[in-house]
Design a protein around this ligand. Structure first.
Ligand code: G6Q
Length: 554
């Protein structure tokens, strides 16, 4: 049964042992750890197929890993993993399974949840998706005037947007021609207005992706898209629904909007929004790269699932990556994480991981509602290298608060611009090296003297040009960013986040903070659009509402 543990994790012997071990490790520099062990890279880097996870530049020692694995045992991690993979309702506050891994299971597997095998339903829906993709791409499905589709506007927000948006960008080299894809998420009218301005209505397919099909931003954008189509289709306006596809976990609701059942793809309440890119929510990805490549993406995710389920603890990538994160947050006190992909295709990875990580693990109570006495999910941010280097890396190198970083580096490029890729790789490797090694004052001074500066100038500038180093980073190498390895990478992060949630004893699969956001604006919207202010507000909010009510409308 899923009973609360007797002791919070920070009161266990394993946690205390790590805390006292940390005071010793804090004294040591990564440079010295490498100097003392010629095989450190080999011993702290781990592989799953062709994906390599290098943790050698984390401030870990053998003893650290041993103690962290004890902590994982204390948190009953293998059992929670097995429960998740078996479809048990580990999302206790919503009484649901968290079964995104079932979306990636091959057809010959079975997984019974609530007395029913979910795998046939998953593959039935994949098949429906494949038929739709084919119909749209071949021109069998057309708009109301008989034109084939050339544009897609994908409307959704949060988990129904970030994954597909990231993946379409990441897999751009695999795009099949003929369909441009626009994403609209913000309720700011600028978003939908800009998208529709770029599309010819008669040739536009609108995908409305929403698990609940009630989210205010999405439904407002969908209604505006419907108005736009009706207006632009003229005599064919009655056929507007031929331009729509709905995706929801509640198959009846899109009908209320006017989308007929044959144009509705479904998924299930056991798929969390931020874990849904593998489901029908991934339709824009499949439309972009074709269904066989979408299946490659699923296969990559599944390969990581198998690894997570079966690899020994000491070689298990998501487990070790998660534990390294716990070490940084809870024992070294580093509560941020920089996501630094050296691939332009991963320009949306940080935004995606902000949701995946911060919505999953930004929690202050454990699974049973007991307040936590320790830090949980880190603040995640990032930008693709080398852009980030010319922006915020200054703080990474010299700010007094170390920021652990993930360098994500595909070795191969899809573009025949070798020189560019060489420079990109060199930058990734150099940055991780600099963060680790730093540069001493003496070195800085010597370099300046050699460059002709006077001794006085060199001495004055040396403190500014010195770097302490010893800043932890992880490097993830991929052969290239193809659908399979991209799938592996995203599943690696999903499971890393789950591992950390388990250690912290939290439910990584609910999001009550997001639910709050869905309620908050309602009363103020009524007041902004109605005659009077009927709710009690703090003085600042009341004053701002009054100002907003008095604004001139465009
Ligand atoms: C994800 C969250 C949240 C959700 C959006 C959109 O895990 O629950 O980001 O995805 O609020 O919700 P709908 O898909 O229901 O529109």
């Amino acid at each position: 049964m899923m009973e609360p543990p007797a002791l919070p994790i920070d009161q266990t012997a394993a946690w205390r042992a790590l805390a006292s071990h940390a005071s010793a490790v804090r004294q040591r520099h990564l440079r010295d750890l490498f100097a003392a062990d010629a095989r450190r890279f080999e011993r702290f880097s781990f592989r799953c197929g062709e994906l390599l996870l290098d943790l050698s530049r984390q401030r870990l020692e053998d003893e650290t890993l041993r103690l962290l694995l004890d902590l994982a045992g204390e948190a009953d991690l293998p059992r929670w993993r097995d429960r998740m993979l078996a479809g048990e309702k580990i999302n206790l506050t919503e009484n649901r399974a968290a079964l995104h891994t079932a979306l990636r299971l091959p057809e010959n597997r079975s997984l019974v949840v609530d007395g029913e095998d979910v795998v046939p339903a998953v593959h039935r829906e994949l098949h429906r998706m494949a038929v739709m993709v084919d119909a749209i791409r071949s021109g069998n499905w057309t708009g109301a005037t008989g034109e084939r589709f050339r544009h897609v506007i994908a409307i959704g927000i949060g988990g129904s947007d970030l994954g597909p948006r990231m993946a379409v960008e990441a897999l751009a080299p695999y795009r099949e021609p003929g369909l441009d894809i626009h994403f609209v998420s913000n309720v700011d009218g600028a978003d939908i207005a800009r998208a529709t301005a770029q599309c010819d209505a008669a040739a536009t397919l609108v995908i409305v992706a929403s698990k609940t099909f009630t989210t205010q931003e999405t439904m407002t954008n969908a209604a505006t898209a419907r108005d736009w189509l009706r207006g632009a289709l003229g005599g064919a306006a009655a056929g507007w629904a031929r331009h729509f596809i709905g995706i929801s976990a509640n198959p009846q609701v899109p009908g209320g909007f006017g989308i007929p059942p044959e144009r509705v793809l479904v998924f299930w309440d056991w798929v969390g929004g931020r874990y849904s890119l593998w489901s029908a929510i991934g339709l824009p990805i499949a439309l972009g790269i074709g269904m066989p490549r979408f299946r490659d993406l699923l296969a990559g995710g599944h390969a990581m699932d198998e690894h997570f389920a079966t690899a020994p603890a000491a070689e298990n990538l998501p487990l070790l990556m998660g534990l390294a994160g716990i070490w940084n947050v809870n024992f070294l006190g580093h509560d941020t994480l920089a996501v630094l992909p050296y691939d332009q295709g991963l320009s949306r990875l940080a935004a995606y991981l902000q949701q995946a990580d911060m919505e999953s693990n930004g929690k202050g109570v454990d699974r049973w509602g007991r307040p936590l006495g320790y830090a949980t999910g880190p603040v995640v941010f990032g930008e693709p290298g080398t852009n980030g280097q010319h922006a915020f890396y200054q703080l990474l190198h010299q700010g007094p608060r170390p920021v652990p970083a993930d360098f994500i580096v595909p070795l191969g490029s899809h573009y025949k611009l070798d020189r560019h890729h060489d420079i990109l790789l060199a930058n990734a490797l150099a940055q991780a090296e600099a963060l680790m090694c730093g540069r001493s004052r003496e070195q800085a001074e010597a370099e300046m003297l050699a460059a002709g500066k006077s001794p006085a100038e060199a001495a004055a500038l040396a403190p500014h040009r010195a770097f302490g180093g010893n800043r932890p980073s992880t490097t993830i190498l991929l052969p290239r960013l193809d659908p399979f390895h991209f799938g592996m990478l995203i599943a690696l992060y999903e499971h890393r986040i789950f591992v950390q949630g388990c250690i912290w004893g939290i439910n990584s699969f609910d999001q009550w903070g997001v639910e709050l956001g869905k309620q908050l604006a309602g009363p103020i919207l009524e007041e902004l659009t109605g005659a009077d202010i009927r709710h009690h507000h703090d003085a600042a909010t009341a004053a701002l509402i009054a100002l907003a009510k008095g604004r001139s409308r465009s």
